[in-house]
Design a protein around this ligand. Structure first.
Ligand SMILES: O=C(Oc1cc(O)cc(O)c1C(=O)O)c1ccc(O)c(O)c1
Length: 181
């Protein structure tokens, strides 16, 4: 992942929340960089700016919802750790590996780059996620900045925004993909 400039629009609205340098810090509950993405509340806790472009981390809170359609990240390795709740995850390497797993509290999934994946929130869920540095601000790129502490309402980005964010963050949406599971 590349470093994004300080005036990058995907982070400028959040300037001052995170230190933007590898200095120690703590963040109070709900005080990170928050965006509503569809019906999911993402909160960025650390970004590539704090980790010398090594990784980013976030939480996602969501209520039971529709399936997030199939997509793949060309450069990002990411994971899901279910802090609380229940989420189904589909993964397919388009060769041998294909699964659908319902993760509950304490379960973990690793989704390497180029694995087609999708998920569905089965019950109110909090996920701790992390991934290759830079990718975390994809959620700001497709979402709407918010002060909410719990997911509420729905923000649907324009398709043009999704497409531009997909190009910038090397993410390919595959709505026609049919999972084998
Ligand atoms: O897949 C994850 O997040 C997404 C949520 C969306 O509403 C649309 C998307 O395009 C994505 C995405 O492309 O990533 C995701 C991945 C890992 C993780 O720990 C999460 O909490 C969410």
């Amino acid at each position: 992942m590349t470093t994004f400039a300080a005036d990058d629009p995907d982070k400028v609205a959040f300037a001052g929340i995170l230190p933007a340098a590898p200095k120690p810090y703590v963040i109070g509950n709900g005080q990170g960089e928050k965006s509503l993405v569809f019906d999911q509340l993402f909160e960025i806790l650390v970004s590539g700016d704090e980790t010398d472009d090594q990784y980013g981390a976030w939480t996602m809170k969501a209520r039971q919802g529709d399936r997030i359609p199939a997509h793949t990240h060309l450069r990002t390795h990411e994971f899901f750790y279910v802090v609380d709740g229940e989420i189904s995850v589909w993964m397919d390497d388009q060769a041998e590996y294909h699964t659908k797993t319902t993760l509950t509290t304490g379960d973990f999934a690793f989704v390497p780059a180029n694995i087609v994946h999708a998920f569905k929130i089965e019950n109110t869920t909090t996920v701790f996620g992390a991934g290759t540095a830079g990718f975390e601000r994809f959620f700001h790129a497709i979402g709407q900045k918010t002060d909410l502490d719990q997911p509420q309402g729905v923000y649907v980005p324009d398709f043009s925004i999704m497409r531009a964010a997909g190009e910038k963050y090397a993410t390919v949406f595959m709505p026609e993909f049919r999972f084998r599971d």
